[in-house]
Design a protein around this ligand. Structure first.
Ligand code: NAP
Length: 281
């Protein structure tokens, strides 16, 4: 292996220790930072995600409330719950776990969350703040990727970053964050005709597609930094990313593993955002 590993578990541990310290400082001033996690329905993966988020809060000195609602909860009832949480002074961050049942307009629910409590960073006000470089909450997954780059002391100024994927929660905000750090950014997607021609030019590649082996060794410039956001199951049912880790680690300068890479960083940045929300309040 030539690439150095960027260990998301180790970095998370360090950042969570800082969160715990800041949370203790807030508690000493009589403020208990609080996160509300709202789950609608029985989606198996979502249940695991929310459990992990609540546990991460408990482990690091944050207060959390898990609201579980039946799958047939009406959109109006969910909007009313969000409004109640907006007005609850013990809650600093609100997270509505996605996906929501089909009868609920997810974007409408996200827009109902107060931007001051939008710790997922999905509200249009948060997206606008990122776009314009003003204060707001950054979406946790790309924010975690930025922290990983920061952890290796990587200078983005003047580098070429290629982001594969353009979703509102990962690809687009990722590209904006890299741009803000003065990288030259290319965004690739399913209509990009020659992905390899793009990635071969990249100093940094962020793969956020959701397909195994989208990025293989022949597509990577020697020494490039490769961040793998993907979460997929391989033929054996094992968790894997978008990157052919075995091949790419022989070419890249740095690489993130799956599992143990971006995944734990996402929850860590949720804690950071929640704490930030409590501090701002
Ligand atoms: P998404 O909304 O499905 O977006 C996928 C993107 O990939 C789209 O922009 C799509 O292009 C593009 N794409 C699809 N096939 C492609 C191809 N062959 N070549 C280039 N681009 C292609 O997914 P997402 O929500 O951004 O998530 C992406 C992956 O990250 C998933 O595996 C997800 O599970 C994972 N994820 C992980 C975390 C974490 O904490 N580790 C958090 C969030 C997401 P079009 O726009 O043209 O369709």
């Amino acid at each position: 292996m030539t690439a150095q590993l960027i260990d998301g578990n180790a970095l998370s541990k360090q950042l969570r220790a800082e969160v715990a310290q800041r949370a203790a400082a807030l508690r000493a001033r009589g403020i208990m930072p609080g996160l509300a996690v709202v789950l609608v329905g029985e989606n198996q993966a979502s249940q695991v995600y929310v459990r992990n988020k609540v546990k991460a809060c408990e482990d690091n000195g944050l207060h959390s409330v898990l609201e579980k609602h039946p799958a047939d909860l009406s959109e109006a009832a969910l909007l009313a719950r969000v409004e109640a949480l907006n007005n609850d002074p013990t809650i600093h961050g609100i997270l509505v776990q996605l996906p929501l049942p089909a009868h609920i307009d997810a974007q409408k629910v996200i827009e109902a969350i107060s931007p001051a409590k939008d710790v997922d960073g999905f509200h249009v006000a948060s997206a606008g703040a990122l776009m314009t470089g003003s204060a707001g909450f950054w979406p946790c997954t790309p924010y975690g990727c930025m922290k990983m780059l920061e952890s290796i002391g990587y200078e983005l100024r003047g580098k070429h970053a290629v982001v594969i994927g353009r979703s509102n929660i990962v690809g687009k905000p990722m590209a904006l964050m890299l741009l803000q750090k003065n990288a030259t950014v290319t965004i690739c997607h399913s209509a990009t005709p020659d992905l390899k021609a793009m990635t071969l030019q990249a100093d940094v590649i962020v793969a956020a597609v959701g397909k195994q082996n989208v990025l293989t060794a022949d597509m990577v410039k020697p020494g490039a930094v490769v961040i793998d956001v993907g979460m997929n199951r391989n033929a054996q049912g094992k968790l894997c990313g978008d990157v052919d880790f075995a091949g790419v680690k022989e070419v890249a300068g740095y690489i993130t593993p799956v599992p143990g890479g971006v995944g734990p960083m996402t929850i860590t940045m949720l804690l950071v955002n929640t704490l930030e929300a409590a501090e701002r309040s």
